[in-house]
Design a protein around this ligand. Structure first.
Ligand code: GTP
Length: 345
């Protein structure tokens, strides 16, 4: 299991509502022959609670197709519609907070500028009044006005200080939000985009790109199971990290390098010709084939480790699924035709 950040869904229904859900869930589990384990319970809990339409749709379509609620299907439902749903609400909260911060910051700046202007104007007026010569009665009145003006100037200055502090707190909040977002979209092992961020980025790029102007490269480490079996999981993890760094090094600044899952990695390449995408993929492949990784503690060589890569270009009418399928098919062909190669479709 990779060590990634997990998101705990929030359940804040009252005990009586929960009891009502329980009464509905158990018969459903029995009717559809679903194992009463915690994952399935969470799925069917959300199903009867009805607040997660995408999950209900996915469950209904499994039922319509008479598909079994086996472990794999359940985990997939849980990952896609429960963990990710809470990530989506996190994203939404994050976006709203950003908006609030932007508005508050601009209000603070505006007030700060006004306070500064007022302060300047008070200072100037104080000087004018101090130098003004007049009769005794008038002088007393003017002195009072001078005192009041000075007091106002001080209040205005104190307000400026408070606004500066508030602005600093806003900046801090903004930084913390950016960090939280970074954690939510980053793969813990490699530091690349995680699967969720990959899905979101790919959908965005497809929407913004014309056919033939973007490419997707899917990459898989060859015989990776053998590496794990021979050298252990920790070395396996280090090999994944090495490949991730290689990809970052060869990809261009505007490309999005992601861990698609396990030992499968990907690069989304907007504004990139097919030739360039193939060239970058070839460079990664040859660099890996030329690398000679060694175990740290005894310098034992891990032997030649190679990569298979499938490249697809964006076509008109593509959606994320069709785009991924084409790149994945090319990757599959690279595996089938001997591995350690780049195949493009
Ligand atoms: N160390 C480590 N291993 C992982 C991770 N994720 C998946 N794996 C392992 O990656 C291996 C993938 O093996 P397979 O899909 O059978 O393929 P392969 O051995 O790479 O062979 P080909 O892809 O056919 O070349 C499995 O043994 C998984 O347990 C991970 O995060 N770390």
């Amino acid at each position: 299991m990779s060590k990634g950040t997990t998101y705990i869904p929030i359940y804040d229904f009252s005990p009586s509502v929960n009891a009502g859900h329980l009464k509905q869930i158990l018969p459903l589990l029995m009717r559809h022959n679903v194992a009463a384990n915690p994952i399935n319970y969470a799925i069917w809990y959300d199903y009867v609670a009805g607040g997660n339409p995408s999950l209900n749709k996915a469950v209904d379509s499994l039922l319509a197709e008479n598909k079994a609620f086996d472990y794999d299907n359940s985990v997939e439902l849980y990952k896609s519609h429960i963990c990710n749903a809470s990530l989506e609400s996190f994203e939404q909260i994050n976006r709203q907070l950003h908006k609030v911060i932007e508005q508050a910051t601009s209000a603070i700046n505006e007030t700060y500028n006004k306070a500064e202007e007022t302060n300047d104007s008070f200072q100037k007026k104080s000087v004018i009044l101090e130098n003004f010569s007049a009769s005794d009665g008038l002088k007393t009145i003017l002195e009072e006005i001078i005192q009041e003006t000075k007091a106002l100037a001080m209040t205005s200055q104190a307000m400026q200080t408070k606004l500066t502090e508030a602005n600093q707190e806003m900046e801090q909040l903004r930084t913390e939000l950016a960090q939280a977002r970074q954690i939510a979209t980053t793969d813990g092992l490699t530091g690349l985009l995680n699967r969720r961020a990959f899905d979101m980025t790919l959908a965005e790029i497809i929407e913004q790109s014309a056919p033939d102007t973007a490419c997707l490269s899917m990459l898989d480490i060859d015989h990776f199971k053998r590496i794990n079996d021979t050298y252990g999981h920790t070395i396996g993890d280090n090999v994944i990290k090495y490949v991730a760094n290689l990809m970052k090094k060869h990809a261009e600044e505007h490309h999005h390098v992601a861990r698609y899952g396990g030992e499968e990695l990907a690069i989304i390449m907007p504004n990139t010709s097919h030739e360039k995408a193939v060239e970058i993929s070839e460079n990664i492949r040859t660099a890996m084939a030329a690398s000679r990784l060694q175990r740290k503690n005894d310098n034992q060589s891990l032997g030649k480790i190679t990569l298979s890569i499938g490249v697809a270009r964006l076509q008109s009418g593509d959606n994320p699924e069709s785009f991924i399928v084409r790149a994945d098919n090319a990757l599959y062909k690279a595996k089938q035709s001997g591995r350690n190669r780049v195949i493009h479709s």
